[in-house]
Design a binder for this molecule. Structure first.
Ligand SMILES: *[C@@H]1O[C@H](CO)[C@@H](O)[C@H](O)[C@H]1NC(C)=O
Ligand SMILES: *[C@@H]1O[C@H](CO)[C@@H](O)[C@H](O)[C@H]1NC(C)=O
Length: 763
């Protein structure tokens, strides 16, 4: 299954290697990546992106902004890198090695180790650490033996620049009363001796000394010249001091009498001194059992999610039934985006005309997560308005030109326009003259139709930017938008690509193609009346056994809508997954059963005159032969990368991406047997569509491309070494569309003689 590949595991597993050790340790590399994601600049970017999804209107907007700010704090607070790495299972198998044939050649520069990286990250931030004094002899007394040992430990093992940053300034609370021993000062005296820094001892919680507020002010003032301030304070006054430094009281639990070990970490922006984050951790002097990282991460994330939803919606419903992001196949860190984006969908939707109660989070998220329906969809017609491109919006399906009316959306036949004169099907052609509506004058005789692609990650155009992995240019820009589209680029894909090439991954030259070409583009070039009539229901990891959900997500009305050219394209996952062995591959019997189930479902949804095409599965032997000896951006060979992924149990395709040729051949035999089933489906009868099997001539297609003098590796994704690249997508589209033109032109509908006239009036 591919679901786990969405961002998290892919990045984390692959980046392991760039630590540069001959025997890389998985966890430290994971920590680096998570650390990068936590850096201040990126967080600012995340926060901005989230806020752009907030609803308008002052009250809702303010609540939403507050929720985002709080979420960002939560991400920082809870996302202790080690915990994330543990919970993602990334420290489980450190004996898997990528660089078996180390060194290869031209190795990318390795990333610095984690302490160096962390120091780099923290250059943008200033820090205040708040501790309690050590254990005391009696309630008002001086440090006892344990307290003194603690104070030594703080100097040697806590603020030593490794576990925590070394201080540039030290503050201690002055009790300034005749009876209390000055145990805060005692606690940081060894640290002061070790660092040579004086203890600032002019402040305390008592009013005469300025109180907690005065102390907070002095500490922030100090941050102008110091990067890191260590504070020892009286425990009942730690929370008030922390609040005075800007932390929301809602984030603070009361400090128990028995607790001498906790540390509050407050991070501030180096320039503005604005509070960025608040975290709680421990000195580690009192031996405490480490909590189970996995379960605590889970409950914390879920609690956070529910908390935010409730905050933002005034407890309008019970959010406790919401499932975690794991159910969406997204990394946990994506959860806040979902929460806010979902809120946006909630707040802008009306309840009418919808099967789903839009104020019921479970239901909305369900439709989004399981049926890949857009989150932003006011009228519930499964199309999003212009500008709502991500989260299964217009990158995936044509623009809804009226998102307040469920009867108006792409694909509707033109009949109703003859009555209303409005653009009912959002193809941009509307109005008319005495002769009739332009829709009827220009489109009726042209046999228009839509393009709908049901499929997998190759359909959705999965792509990880190489810059996210290349040690020399690690660059996470645009990560938010990419996550919101599940790391897919349907707007650039072979089936429904329609975007500006500048907004797509880099494309190597493909003879005969300039820019983005897709089946949809081909259809639109034939007939402008097809404009905007596309649906990409590509889901990372989809295989025939899950194809029913794809069919359910398809939006078409047998009566009201135009016919469609549908591709049911599952190019690999039925034989591809991370499991060793052949047991997890789909058998021909299951394939037949599930394919028929899905096709029967399609028969209930597609208007008569439609076509359904299934292309043969990809040729895994060809894929391996093309890639295995090449060098991956990380500096090793693809062969070594594939074996490494297999060792981790995280390979996208154990069977094809395997250095054992007998495994590759047997996997290809199984793929061929499934193709044989698809071929047999051609003899089945369906009421509303004709089924076509396309035995894609992969080898010939690649050989033809090779004649242009370009390397075949251009056709495959650089990072994963598995999916078609942007050039691969273009080549597939050219080949698939060419085959339809030659062999099944009837499936494409007509070529419109009015195209030029339509262009001159409408486009
Ligand atoms: C929300 O929707 C889910 C799924 O449709 C349903 O099971 C649940 O009862 C609904 N909850 C409320 C409060 O209506
Ligand atoms: C209406 O527009 C069409 C298309 O431009 C044109 O062919 C036709 O002559 C027009 N009819 C009238 C009455 O102007």
């Amino acid at each position: 299954m591919f679901l786990g590949y969405i961002l998290g595991l892919w990045l984390l597993n692959l980046v392991v290697i760039v630590t540069g050790d001959a025997n890389p340790e998985v966890c430290s590399a994971c920590v680096i990546v998570v650390g990068l994601v936590q850096q201040a600049e990126l967080q600012g970017q995340l926060a901005d992106a989230l806020k752009s999804h907030c609803p308008g209107g002052t009250v809702a907007q303010r609540a939403c902004y507050a929720g985002v700010d709080r979420l960002m704090m939560g991400v920082e607070e809870k996302a202790v890198p080690e915990e994330i790495c543990l919970s993602a299972g990334l420290c489980s198998n450190p004996q898997c090695q990528l660089f078996k044939n180390w060194p290869v050649k031209d190795l990318p520069e390795p990333l610095p180790d984690w302490p160096t990286t962390r120091r780099m990250l923290e250059q943008h931030q200033k820090t205040i650490y708040i501790n309690r004094h050590g254990e005391k002899k009696w309630s008002l007394g001086c440090l006892n033996e344990q307290g003194q040992a603690r104070s030594e430990y703080i100097a040697s093992s806590v603020y030593n620049g490794e576990n925590y940053l070394a201080p540039d300034a030290i503050f201690a609370c002055q009790y300034d009363d005749p009876i209390d021993c000055e145990r805060c000062k005692e606690t940081v005296t060894p640290l002061s001796a070790k660092t040579g820094l004086p203890i600032v001892f002019d402040y305390g919680y008592r009013k005469v000394l300025g109180g907690n507020k005065g102390a907070a002010k002095a500490m922030k003032e100090k941050l102008k010249t110091a990067d890191t301030v260590v504070v020892a304070w009286e425990h009942n006054n730690i929370n008030p001091l922390t609040e005075a430094l800007g932390v929301d009281s809602g984030l603070l639990d009361s400090w128990p009498e028995s607790d001498y070990d906790s540390i509050y970490t407050l991070k501030f922006d180096a320039k503005s001194l604005e509070l960025l984050s608040f975290t709680k951790s421990s000195e580690g002097f009192s031996e405490k059992k480490k909590s189970n990282a996995h379960s605590s991460m889970k409950s914390v994330t879920k609690a956070l999610f529910i908390d935010v939803l409730n905050t933002l919606t005034d407890n309008a419903y019970d959010a406790s039934s919401v499932s975690t992001t794991e159910d969406f196949g997204l990394p946990k860190i994506a959860l806040p985006y979902l929460a806010v984006a979902n809120l946006k969908a909630l707040s802008s939707s009306s309840l009418e005309d919808s099967e789903c109660d839009r104020f019921n989070v479970t239901c909305r998220l369900d439709a989004f997560a399981n049926y890949h329906e857009p989150l932003a969809d006011r009228d519930g017609d499964v199309f999003s308005a212009e500008g709502k491109d991500v989260l299964r919006g217009t990158h995936w399906r044509g623009i809804d030109c009226n998102d307040k009316d469920a009867s108006i959306h792409p694909g509707v036949s033109g009949v109703e326009e003859e009555v209303s004169g409005q653009d009912i099907n959002c193809n941009g052609i509307f109005g008319g003259n005495e002769t009739g509506t332009f829709e009827s004058i220009f489109c009726d005789a042209s046999d228009p139709r839509g393009v709908i692609i049901l499929g997998d990650s190759a359909t959705a155009h999965f792509h990880v930017p190489p810059a996210w992995l290349t040690a020399k240019s690690l660059d996470f820009s645009n990560i938010v938008l990419k996550v919101l589209d599940e790391l897919d680029y349907p707007q650039c894909s072979w089936g429904t690509g329609h975007a500006d090439p500048e907004d797509c991954p880099y494309q190597h030259p493909v003879p005969g193609i300039d820019g983005v070409f897709s089946i949809y583009e081909g259809m639109r070039q034939r007939n402008r009346c097809n404009t905007n009539d596309y649906q990409n229901i590509g889901v990372n990891g989809a295989r025939i056994t899950a194809s029913m959900n794809l069919a359910k997500s398809l939006q078409r009305d047998t009566v009201r809508d135009k016919p469609a050219l549908v591709w049911l394209s599952l190019m690999g996952n039925d034989v591809c997954n991370g499991h060793e062995g052949f047991d997890h591959m789909t058998t021909p019997e299951t394939y037949y059963e599930k394919a028929m189930e899905t096709l029967r479902e399609l028969d209930t949804k597609l208007p008569s005159g439609s076509f359904v095409v299934t292309p043969g599965m990809f040729d895994g032997v060809l894929l391996y032969d093309t890639m295995h000896a090449q060098q991956h951006p990380l500096g090793t060979t693809y062969e070594a990368l594939y074996d490494f992924m297999n060792c981790l149990g995280e390979s996208p395709c154990w069977g094809w991406l395997n250095s054992d040729i007998s495994v590759r051949r047997k996997t290809q035999d199984i793929a061929n047997s499934l193709n044989e089933v698809s071929r047999q489906l051609e003899s089945e009868d369906f009421q509303n569509f004709k089924f076509l099997f396309y035995e894609v001539p992969w080898k010939e297609m690649f050989a033809e491309y090779a004649k242009s003098g370009e390397p075949l590796t251009n056709l495959i994704e650089k990072v994963d070494g598995f999916h078609p690249s942007q050039a691969g997508n273009a080549l597939f589209a050219q080949n698939f569309f060419g085959w339809l033109e030659r062999e099944h032109e009837e499936s494409l509908g007509g070529t419109n003689p009015f195209n030029d006239e339509i262009d001159s009036i409408f486009f």
